[in-house]
Design a binder for this molecule. Structure first.
Ligand code: NAG
Ligand code: NAG
Ligand code: NAG
Ligand code: NAG
Ligand code: NAG
Ligand code: NAG
Ligand code: NAG
Length: 512
């Protein structure tokens, strides 16, 4: 499949129509429904961090999420939905609509001292929504580049920014390795020491909503710090979970509860302000849960960071009063990926053009709002040529010309998923205290190729690579095709100039 411009005119609700149909129709609507609101819908995109597949109430979790459950129950739950296994990659695909092989971000995440960012010639989702007349705001985590101001969200299509540029900071001090990483627009925000970030970001999101000019469509991107480690939460959120013996799991449950409360508060504020009736909410995790930090992905195999389903088969749903009644409260099992939000939001919701972009994503609005079959038949999970040998934090010298099974990669094609190289720890991990005994993986340590029918076997129990060498060969060829068309992975050495001691105790840019 070529990289393509996704442009599904049929799905543009605000596209041109012959006036002899439109005018009588509009008159009819004015009579029946009152004045017509022709502006595209508000978009609230909430991204949770390291939120595990098992950790939302509707996945039979021991963690209660009343607000998320209610919103999902009245919306469309995405149950064949994929993100990337770690943070920067998912965010890069959300913001660019492109696979990592097309941005050079195939390997790991952007480290604090790393002179790297989402390539500056990539047009962002926020830029495109701005072109369509949206007010654009981001509250929370960026993690798409710090070293130059040109990488910052304020310079990449967002009107306002309140949040942090890296990851893993303290929830109260907003510091990472001693340096403050919290900004209001581009200025360090020193006045929030002691305020728990889920409260802080919820509050800021509500302030933005209250200041919103209701005649302009709004894009509010809310990438919460929750529920990534460090494991920290105000005491009161632990009360319902004192029975959970595993301490990490208990604190994590409290963090989820606080995030759920914040989301409830924000949706309530939107309702009170009259914004909710024409809003589309998208909720997604960025990757699988981290089992060593309280998260869980049972019954999926593996966890955060791996190419097993536990790393990237994500939680996601869409809720909107604008969805047709017949899809409200349904489960959607069409294949949808985080790279698809870009064209879905720009072309499907905002009625915008995708000019200036070369996307790997597809417009899924008809799939979500009408239950149409997904236009996506294939999904490249990733090809990471730097994964083995172990990370050295230096640029690679040799790059294999021909793809082979030693390279860490995974691809989905219809029901099939092929994994090559070293996908990460392959255990199934039940929730702590559940008493479930999981099966034991028994792959030989030098195994490098797996094939699963994910539709039949979503938990990856039955490797079919020896039964179906034909499918293995076909998908290896697809990986070779993508490998040939990929950019070199960019993973430059760390730069000591990043040290906060050179920036008045903050994480800041160090190159012009
Ligand atoms: C709200 O936005 C509209 C359209 O952009 C503009 O005409 C109007 O002046 C704005 N109102 C305020 C209070 O900013
Ligand atoms: C939600 O709103 C309630 C009532 O104002 C408040 O006590 C609580 O702290 C808010 N929660 C979050 C996460 O912002
Ligand atoms: C898309 O086209 C519009 C109108 O011609 C133009 O203003 C805008 O800059 C273009 N966007 C990109 C990213 O090329
Ligand atoms: C895979 O490619 C690498 C780099 O070219 C090479 O060193 C290795 O021998 C190849 N392995 C196989 C199994 O073909
Ligand atoms: C995978 O992780 C589990 C859980 O931490 C651990 O018990 C197991 O030894 C790991 N397996 C390998 C091969 O490292
Ligand atoms: C995968 O499994 C499903 C469910 O058993 C089956 O319907 C489907 O035909 C299988 N797909 C392939 C490509 O064999
Ligand atoms: C430098 O950091 C201190 C906090 O340590 C802060 O109060 C001060 O405003 C900062 N100065 C500048 C110029 O940002």
């Amino acid at each position: 499949m070529e990289q393509h411009e996704t442009m599904d005119r049929q799905s543009r609700p605000y596209g041109p129509s012959p006036s002899y149909i439109l005018i009588p129709l509009l008159l009819l609507l004015v009579i029946v429904a009152g004045p017509i609101d022709c502006k595209p819908p508000n978009i609230l995109f909430i991204l949770a961090d390291d939120y595990g597949f098992h950790d939302i109430g509707y996945h039979s979790s021991e963690i209660e999420t009343p607000n998320l459950n209610r919103l999902a129950a009245g919306g469309v739950r995405l149950e064949n939905y994929y993100v990337q296994p770690i943070c920067t990659p998912t965010r890069s695909q959300l913001m660019s609509g492109k696979y990592q092989i097309h941005t050079g971000l195939q390997h790991e995440v952007i480290y604090p001292e790393m002179p790297s960012c989402l390539p500056l010639d990539d047009v962002t989702l926020a830029q495109k929504l701005k072109e369509s007349g949206y007010a654009t705001h981001i509250v929370g985590k960026w993690h798409l580049g710090l070293y130059k101001k040109a990488c910052w969200p304020t310079r990449r299509g967002f009107d306002t920014y309140f949040g942090y540029l890296l990851g893993s900071e303290d929830y109260y001090t907003h510091k990472r390795m001693g340096g403050l990483d919290l900004r209001d627009q581009e200025e360090p925000a020193w006045n929030y020491n002691g305020v728990y970030s889920t409260h802080l970001f919820t509050q800021r999101a509500q302030d933005i909503l209250r200041g919103q000019n209701s005649s302009q469509p709004l894009f509010l991107y809310l990438p919460f710090q929750a529920v990534h480690d460090p494991l920290e939460v105000p005491e009161r959120y632990l009360q319902p979970y004192l029975h959970i013996k595993d301490e990490k799991r208990r604190i994590y449950a409290g963090m989820v509860a606080c995030m759920d409360e914040g989301i409830g508060n924000i949706t309530q504020t939107m309702d009170q302000l009259g914004l909710w009736k024409d809003t589309v909410l998208i909720f997604s995790t960025d990757n699988g849960g981290q089992i060593y930090q309280g998260g869980n992905n049972w019954p999926l195999r593996g966890w955060k960071g791996s190419l097993w389903e536990g790393g990237m088969h994500g939680i996601g749903f869409v809720h909107s009063p604008l969805l047709p009644a017949k899809v409200q409260g349904t489960i959607n099992r069409e294949l949808i990926h985080v790279s698809d939000w870009f064209p879905t939001l720009v072309a499907g919701l905002a009625g915008g053009s995708l000019n200036g972009t070369k996307l790997d994503g597809y417009n899924m609005w008809n799939t979500i709002s009408r239950g149409d079959p997904s236009p996506r038949e294939e999904l490249l999970h990733n090809i990471d040529p730097l994964y083995a040998p172990p990370t050295t934090h230096s640029m690679p010298v040799i790059r294999a010309k021909v793809f082979n099974e030693t390279i860490r990669a995974a691809i989905r094609s219809g029901d099939w998923k092929l994994i090559t190289g070293s996908p990460g720890n392959s255990s199934w991990i039940p929730p702590p205290g559940s008493g479930i005994t999981p099966p034991t993986p028994h792959d030989p340590p030098d195994k490098m190729v797996w094939l699963f029918n994910i539709t039949a076997d979503p938990n990856e129990y039955y490797d079919m690579s020896s039964q179906r060498p034909d499918v293995v060969q076909r998908l290896m060829q697809r990986l070779q095709y993508y490998y040939e068309g990929s950019m070199p992975a960019f993973f430059p050495p760390l730069d000591p100039r990043a040290n906060p001691k050179y920036h008045n105790g903050t994480w800041s840019d160090w190159e012009k």
